[in-house]
Write a protein that binds this ligand. Structure first.
Ligand code: ADE
Ligand code: ZN
Length: 328
């Protein structure tokens, strides 16, 4: 099987960002919540720019009000991923949207997410692990509550801690307390950096949060000495080309720096971020990269190998994934 249709590893997927618009629309009808303004006439999500995207995203999550809603969401997202060949996904989970980052509520929501993930693994052969994620524009105090939720539930399923949201709000270092708390609980760390912020944001993420992966990270290309540092430290980039194009950071995949970063020696991986928002899938990301950069099966094999190496799961899972990917 060629690699576009074959098994894939995804490291950067927001659970709510994977919500099919039809599911969100259905739930809004069930609960009588009017969010009709977030959809186009033909039922897709509608947003003008990144700031608007974040508010549409939050409006969509407003219909997710119970643990059962998160069960349905998780099943729907994993089914879509599995249909696109994903065999392992690390998914960002936001306690802020699961009962307001209250730890008791979080336990309840997480149990439903895990139940759905267990069923999805049996039904579709996809393995999911969670990265608990704070939201930067909700501020450092909220992030502490989220980090506490993460620390309380760290284990075989919750493997990491991260941060998404508006990268231009505050500094990465404002969240150091939360990242330290998560690290001490044994969680692995990643943060969105170098998506909207420049190389300086990447530098802060490395120095102040001591992350081992970067969500996007692409703007590091502004600073070649920092690129060298990323390479020397073995930091892996969770690159989401379709997301960056949909949000107009680059006009098209051909002008995206993923190939140049890879040629410089940076460990890159490919993910979808929020697939229905950006009209993408993992299969489409691979197809567009193959077309733009003439990447062949061996190139995609390397991306998947990088992803397994940088994954936050245990070694036993990694051995199984490498076998499924046919990597020695
Ligand atoms: N949350 C969901 N998608 C995101 C993105 N692309 N950047 C930052 N936060 C996000
Ligand atoms: Zn993201």
């Amino acid at each position: 099987m060629n690699k576009i249709n074959g098994p894939k590893i995804e490291l950067h997927l927001h659970l709510e960002g994977g919500a099919p618009p039809s599911l969100i629309h259905q739930m809004s009808k069930e609960k009588n919540i009017d969010i009709s303004g977030i959809f186009t006439k033909d039922g897709h999500y509608f947003f003008r720019d990144f700031t608007h995207f974040l508010s549409v995203y939050e409006a969509a999550t407003s219909v997710l009000t119970s643990s059962d809603d998160f069960y349905r969401l998780t099943k729907a997202v994993l089914e879509q991923s599995a249909q696109n060949g994903v065999i392992y996904t690390e998914t960002f989970l936001s306690p802020d949207f699961c009962g307001g980052a209250d730890v008791i509520a979080w336990h309840d929501y997480l149990a439903a997410i895990k139940e759905a993930a267990t069923e999805a693994e049996k039904e579709w052969g996809i393995t999911m692990r969670g990265i608990v994620t704070c939201i930067r524009h909700f501020g450092p105090d909220k992030a502490r509550s989220v980090a506490f939720c993460a620390a309380e539930t760290a284990g075989d399923f919750i493997r990491g801690f991260g941060m998404g949201g508006a990268e231009t709000v505050g500094t990465q270092g404002d969240y150091a307390y939360s990242f330290n708390l998560a690290r001490e609980a044994g969680l692995r760390l990643t943060t969105h950096a170098g998506e909207w912020g420049g190389a300086e944001s990447v530098r802060q993420a490395i120095n102040d949060l001591k992350v081992e992966r970067l969500g996007h990270g692409i703007q590091v290309i502004e600073d070649h000495s920092l690129v060298q540092e990323v390479i020397e430290r073995g930091i892996t980039l969770e690159v989401c080309p379709g997301s960056n194009v949909a949000l107009s950071i680059f006009p098209n995949v051909k002008s995206h720096p993923i190939a140049e970063l890879r040629e410089m020696g940076v460990k890159v991986t490919v993910s979808t971020d929020d697939p229905p928002f950006f009209h993408t899938t993992m299969r489409q990301e691979y197809a567009l990269l193959a077309k733009a950069f003439k990447w062949k099966d061996n190139d995609f094999q390397e991306l998947n190998k990088n992803a397994v190496d940088a994954a936050f799961c245990d070694d036993e899972t990694k051995v199984r994934l490498l076998k499924e990917l046919d990597i020695e």
